[in-house]
Design a protein around this ligand. Structure first.
Ligand SMILES: [Zn+2]
Length: 413
């Protein structure tokens, strides 16, 4: 693949009427933590298909550059582990396996968090994961994991079949989602289910979650656009559920062949119609709101800096990295629990990443930008446990606002 292959046809429906939504210019890769050396930048430009309304990036950075070394560990969040427990219960309620030991494949299994829960529930588990650096985590848990990018070739190479296939937050990462589903079909047992989760584009657009747009996310699915993709695959949509995880996601249940679907599918299509997801003006308004947030946030940072306030970030998430670069702001440092990120610099910035123990040593009151805003409740609890109630939390999604641990005069967003 060309280092930056431009998209000419919609990844879901194959149509060619792609329209610009949000062009952030050349941006660093959101997980490319560095030590001060020059790093590459790539165009970050969100388009929408005017036929199926699928959101997608204008160019695809090769997966080798994005996913062979991956700094995001899914098990780092307690909220996410709880979400995985719920997924295991839902999946095992959907299949009936003679002998009672379902075979489970988790695609892009990351650090093995979900797989270990399936194993604890008595399943025969296997994972596939392209990031080589995550192997030590899955080895520690004793998980059998194949190092590969998913698709038909990887599926056939496994040489076995499964009753449950899970794919959390990976389908939006792949350049050919049709081949991804074909791979699932190739290794699914009769009566088996595929459970696919990804962020919901309706949430992104209506809640101004512009910072979920980064190079790893090639696709921004709605029910409408995903249904078009599934319609070109060996599957049908049996069910869909809205989830609160990752700022608002969808979980689809797919089964092979034609078949019925639950009323939830039609209900969500109606929600999308009502939210204006099938007209261009909605996407233009989204772009305007993001521009207004940028202006407001930069003014807030400048105001706090002018009076000598310290500004830090919490959570060196890909979302936060995207915001810091698109809004073009510097912070004193960013706190993150992930050892892989500590001691390095935020992609595209000169902001160091430090461990949470630094917060214990900070005197006075801090302005803490919640960069991993999808984990707000956890972060607030963590800051409280380390420092009490003296700090201010600042958020920028869905708009710029202060979420005070303790009320404070004179600082409004
Ligand atoms: Zn399309």
């Amino acid at each position: 693949m060309n280092p930056c292959a431009p998209v000419s046809a919609c990844r879901c429906c194959g149509g060619g009427r792609l329209e610009s939504v949000l062009d952030m210019g050349d941006m660093p890769l959101a997980n490319d933590f560095h030590n001060g050396e020059a790093r590459p930048r790539f165009p970050l430009h969100l388009l929408v298909c005017q036929d199926c309304w699928h959101g997608q990036l204008s160019v695809a950075v090769p997966g080798e550059a994005l996913f062979r070394h991956y700094a995001y560990l899914s098990g780092g969040s307690r909220t996410f582990r709880d979400h995985c427990r719920q997924l295991v219960a839902a999946a095992l309620g959907l299949v009936s396996v003679p002998g009672g030991r379902p075979a489970v494949l988790d695609i892009a299994c990351n650090d093995g968090t979900l797989l270990s829960l399936f194993r604890d529930a008595g399943c025969d588990v296997m994972g596939v994961e392209p990031a080589r650096n995550l192997k030590r985590y899955t080895d520690r848990l004793g998980m059998p994991v194949v190092n590969a990018f998913w698709g038909t070739d990887a599926a056939l190479a496994l040489g076995r079949k499964f009753d449950v296939i899970t794919a959390q937050n990976v389908l939006a990462h792949v350049p050919d989602p049709g081949d991804f589903l074909a791979g699932c079909a190739a290794c699914l047992n009769a009566g088996g289910v595929v459970l696919v989760e990804f962020p919901y584009s309706l949430e992104m657009v209506t809640r101004n979650e512009f910072d979920t747009v980064y190079h790893e996310h090639l696709s921004y699915f709605s029910v409408n656009s995903f249904a078009r993709l599934v319609g070109r695959s060996p599957f049908h949509i049996a069910d869909v559920t809205r989830l609160s995880v990752h700022g608002g996601s969808l979980r689809f249940t797919l089964r092979k062949g034609p078949g019925p679907h639950t009323p939830a599918v039609g209900d969500l299509l109606q929600d999308e119609q009502d939210a204006g997801m099938f007209r261009l003006s909605t996407y233009r308004e989204f772009r305007e709101r993001v521009g207004a947030s940028r202006t407001q946030f930069r003014a807030l940072v400048a105001g706090l800096r002018a009076v000598g306030e310290k500004m830090i970030g919490y959570g060196a998430s890909a979302k936060g990295v995207t915001m810091l670069n698109h809004f073009d702001v510097e912070l004193d440092y960013v706190v993150d629990d992930t050892e892989l990120k500590q001691g390095r610099l935020i992609p595209g910035r000169t902001i160091p990443v430090v461990g949470p123990e630094v917060l214990r040593r900070e005197p006075g009151r801090l302005n803490i930008v919640v960069l991993a805003w999808n984990w707000l409740a956890e972060i607030r609890e963590r800051v409280r446990s380390l420092r009490g109630d003296r700090d201010n939390l600042l958020l920028y999604v869905p708009g710029v606002y202060c979420c005070d641990l303790a009320p404070r005069e004179g600082v409004t967003a």
